[in-house]
Design a binder for this molecule. Structure first.
Ligand code: NAD
Length: 249
């Protein structure tokens, strides 16, 4: 039996009357598109590596080709899948709400492909690279030669423009995320265990500022019981159900 999630009238009324809504997403939001979270990444090609050992500046220093190739495989995988019903429901919020800000820890570009127009990428993007020496950012690096990884004009190695374990997030991205959370009437926290800073502080920031916070996750997290409301389920099921419950279309 498929259970239909239920939502409180306070939540639905808040959404219907909201001018600003923020959505914080993590790897769980992309899982139904076929992109594994780090926790369940165990495919044959990369299973012999701990992904947390590949997503570090030290790993790139030790073996830049290995790290580049792993990101190339992740980029291809992300480009080869489609946004899911959860991404689509988030994008459709823009039909009803004046200002919708997606704050994502994902690097797969699926929110933008689903149609979301205001996306803060806290952890960067698979679809950009930057020079490890001069920090110049490239959205197209096809002309940078056959060397793997390719090199910048300054001769520095190009690297994925993502935030690796042990690296600082962009201050600008964090500030924009905190601002969006602090101004929101409601915040949806979707598919993230929300234990890693600064993403972990976004829901608390929103609650402090008076936003109604709903968590949607496949399993309970440290936030469950702290937020105003929590629904256990897959984001591709729960978000479209939420949209229908609020606006009935
Ligand atoms: P995470 O710590 O945010 O954990 C994923 C969460 O999603 C878990 O709480 C899990 O219960 C939940 N979940 C799983 N399937 C779900 C579903 N269908 N619906 C709702 N919730 C679901 O993420 P992680 O995997 O440990 O990754 C850590 C970081 O690595 C990410 O924040 C990101 O920067 C990067 N990463 C990005 C991607 C991507 O871009 N798609 C994928 C893997 C990892």
């Amino acid at each position: 039996m498929i259970s239909v999630p239920t939502f409180s009238e306070v939540l639905l009324g808040t959404l219907r009357g909201a001018e600003r809504v923020a959505i914080l997403t993590g790897a769980g939001a992309s899982k139904e598109s076929g992109i594994p979270t780090f926790r369940d990444a165990d495919d044959a090609l990369w299973g012999r590596y701990d992904v947390r050992d590949l997503a570090t500046p030290e790993a790139f220093g030790r073996n830049p080709k290995l790290v580049w190739d792993w990101y190339e495989a992740r980029r291809r995988a992300a480009a080869g899948v489609a946004p899911n019903a959860g991404h689509a429901a988030i994008a459709r919020l823009e039909e009803k709400i004046l200002e919708v800000t997606v704050i994502t820890q994902n690097v797969d570009g699926l929110h933008q492909r689903a149609g979301s127009t205001r996306v803060i990428e806290l952890h960067g993007s698979l679809f950009r690279v930057r020079c490890s020496r001069c920090d110049r950012v490239f959205a197209d690096w096809s002309g940078r030669g056959p060397h793997v990884p390719p090199r910048c004009a300054c001769r520095g190695l190009l690297r994925p423009d993502v935030v690796w374990f042990g690296e600082m997030l962009s201050i600008e991205a964090i500030q924009s995320a905190r601002r969006a959370a602090g101004r929101a009437d409601a915040l949806l926290v979707v598919g993230t265990s929300a234990v890693v800073q600064p993403a972990a502080s976004v829901p608390l920031e929103a609650m402090r500022a008076g936003a109604y916070v709903l968590e949607i996750n496949a399993e309970p997290t440290p936030l469950t019981g702290v937020v105003n409301e929590s629904v256990i389920g897959r984001s591709g099921d729960v978000l479209p159900a939420l949209w229908r419950a609020a606006w009935g279309e």
